[in-house]
Design a protein around this ligand. Structure first.
Ligand code: HEM
Length: 356
């Protein structure tokens, strides 16, 4: 059995099962309440160590979702925020489409090259994301929200955690299941995060969407045993950084590598992850990554890759296209996820997005 077959066989037998969604904030971070009060999504805050994502569909798919269907869900999210949690909802294309509302680029997530998408863990009318200090806290919070989400059924759910990381130079770092540190390529301030992620007035999007953000979630199964069988040096060539983040040409983690002086990829291979993801070191891809690791039954483990951007085409989709054929591809299999739009704080968007 080759590597890809090893990933595909068990993955297709597994259907998602785990927690629900919003975000919490912990001590030392701005609370969700404060974020809402500031009138802006606070995406630059260090992520809480545990998160749960829950995708919901309307029970009666033939009927348009109304304000009253969403109200109890939004109220529960607000309550979590008041309790110190940061809670978010993402709107799926299927929900907005029913109301004739269109957002540029928002559509059902297509299968990208190499994906084997399981329809039972993709898409959804809405995505809730709840994050917090412990798995128990986020599970309880998700239960609270779901107990009031009459008229909605869970389409899929998954829980994730981040191996304890630190914040260096304004960037939250975490270890992924391949033992590499992630987060260096992220923006180093709230302002820079907003610049990459929040929809701007001049983007030609509906007014209600300004200040919101597009969220992409990808459930990526990782062949950790196969990966671990390779020498660390090989792994570092595949990623294009050392495990601790240092560049392969010796540049310190927090500084800019000089790919231009290595045109043939002798030091940093041309098909390495970072070289393809961000070939131009002066213009980083306009996305903010906030991923979690997951572990499920049957040895299914990997990453709940999540990123925010103000433009899906220039953000996730441009990077994903460049990553086709990367050396890491044979260790990965994307089985689920979706595209969503996280509206700006407040509820002014509801009337405008969900036409009667
Ligand atoms: C399981 C899958 C993945 C793994 C294990 C992984 C791992 C990594 C690692 C170790 C880094 C270097 C440290 C950092 O800057 O954070 C990195 C950077 C990055 N990754 Fe991934 N990644 C994965 C999937 C993706 C996907 C799906 C995308 C987007 C389509 C993506 C986009 C990026 C970007 C934009 C960077 C920053 C590059 C830079 O500015 O230097 N990654 N990733």
């Amino acid at each position: 059995m080759n590597r890809r077959a090893a990933l595909i066989a068990p993955a297709t037998a597994v259907v998602a099962t785990v927690g629900g969604g919003l975000w919490l904030s912990c001590q030392g971070r701005e609370t969700g309440k404060a974020a809402a009060a500031s009138g802006r999504l606070q995406l630059g805050q260090p992520p809480a160590p545990h998160a749960v994502f829950v995708s919901l569909d309307r029970r009666d798919g033939g009927r348009k979702a109304r304000r009253n269907d969403l109200k109890p869900v939004l109220e529960s999210l607000d309550e979590l925020q008041v309790g110190g949690l940061e809670a978010r909802i993402g709107l799926g294309a299927s929900l907005l489409g029913q109301h004739g509302t269109t957002l540029r680029h928002l559509r059902s997530m297509p299968a990208h090259a190499g994906d084997v998408l399981d329809p039972h863990q993709c898409h959804g009318d809405v995505l809730l994301q709840i994050a917090g200090p412990t798995a128990g806290a986020v599970r309880t919070a998700a239960r609270q929200v779901l107990s009031r989400a009459h008229g909605w059924r869970v389409r899929w759910r998954i829980e994730g955690a981040q191996a304890a990381g630190e914040t260096v130079d304004g960037r939250a770092l975490a270890r992924n299941p391949f033992h590499f540190t992630e987060g260096f390529g992220n923006p180093d301030s709230q302002h820079a995060a907003n610049e990459r992620a929040l929809v701007r007035p001049e983007q030609g999007q509906p007014k209600w969407a300004v200040g919101g953000t597009y969220q992409v979630v990808r459930i990526i199964r990782m062949a950790t045993e196969l990966w671990d069988a390779d020498p660390v040096e090989t792994q570092e060539q595949i990623i294009g950084r050392r495990r601790d983040g240092r560049w392969l040409d010796g540049t310190p983690a927090g500084e800019r590598a000089n790919f231009a002086s290595d045109p043939k990829g002798k030091l940093t291979p041309l098909d390495s992850h970072v070289r393809l993801a961000a070939p131009n070191r002066r213009t980083p891809p306009p996305i903010l990554r906030r991923s979690y690791s997951y572990v499920r039954d049957d040895g299914d483990r990997g990453m709940i890759f999540s990123c925010f951007q103000r433009d899906l085409a220039e953000g996730f989709e441009a990077v994903q296209r460049r990553l086709e054929g990367e050396a890491m591809a044979k260790y990965l299999l994307t089985t689920g996820g979706g595209y969503f739009f996280v509206p700006p704080p407040g509820d002014a968007w509801i009337e405008r997005a969900l036409h009667p």
